[in-house]
Structure formats: structure tokens, C-alpha cells
Design a binder for this molecule. Structure first.
Ligand SMILES: [Zn+2]
Length: 109
């Protein structure tokens, strides 16, 4: 389980090959749901421990797409934090990616 912060400051949760977004917090319980809007996959966290779920997803986990999203967010975060040349960050980040995920990355203009 790991957290991924998007450049817009949104926090995602990666658990195995699924990505979740935070829906709400109520009485210290964080309610996370699958980033697929049509999916009912959810999990609840309390103090960063899973107390409920994850419930079933109504789709096959799109491992490649989710991994690509993680890589893209990492690239964006590094670009903001390090002020390095974006081309360097992209090539360094992309080089650690398995080829099939690399192919799913957005094309660089
Ligand atoms: Zn799902």
C-alpha cells in the first residue's frame, strides 16, 4: 500500500494493482473508493490500517494503466520539487519502467 500525490495535490492510494481516491473522512475513518467511477470497490482506513475491504471491483484491474498513472504523477512531482530538466526526469523515470508500462505512458510531444 502506498500513497501517490498528484500535482493537483490529490492523494491516491495504491493497493496491489488498484488505485483509490479518498471520498471522505468520518470519525477518523478514511473512506477510499476505486478511481473507476463506475466501480464499487472501496476500502476503509483508520490510522493507515485497513479496517474494511477492499471490496470487489466490477472490472479487471488495469495494472498497466494504473502503473502508467503512478509513473506520470512521479514525473510531475519530481519536476515540481527538483527543478531538474523535465527531459532528464522523464528519461530517468521511464527507464525504470517495464516496457509494457512504458508503452502506456502518454506520448511526449
Ligand atoms: Zn475498481
Amino acid at each position: 500500500m502506498q500513497y501517490i500525490k498528484s500535482q493537483q495535490g490529490k492523494l491516491f492510494l495504491q493497493l496491489s494493482s488498484d488505485l483509490y481516491r479518498k471520498e471522505k473522512i468520518h470519525k477518523d475513518v478514511e473512506y477510499w473508493r476505486c478511481i473507476d467511477k463506475l466501480c464499487t470497490g472501496r476500502l476503509n482506513l483508520k490510522y493507515e490500517e485497513i479496517i474494511k475491504g477492499p471490496s470487489d471491483h466490477n472490472h479487471v484491474a488495469d495494472i498497466i494503466k494504473n502503473q502508467a498513472k503512478v509513473v506520470v504523477e512521479n514525473i510531475k512531482n519530481q519536476a515540481v520539487e527538483t527543478q531538474d530538466n523535465p527531459a532528464v526526469i522523464i528519461s530517468e523515470s521511464s527507464s525504470s519502467v517495464v516496457p509494457i508500462v512504458f508503452c502506456a505512458l502518454p506520448q511526449i510531444a
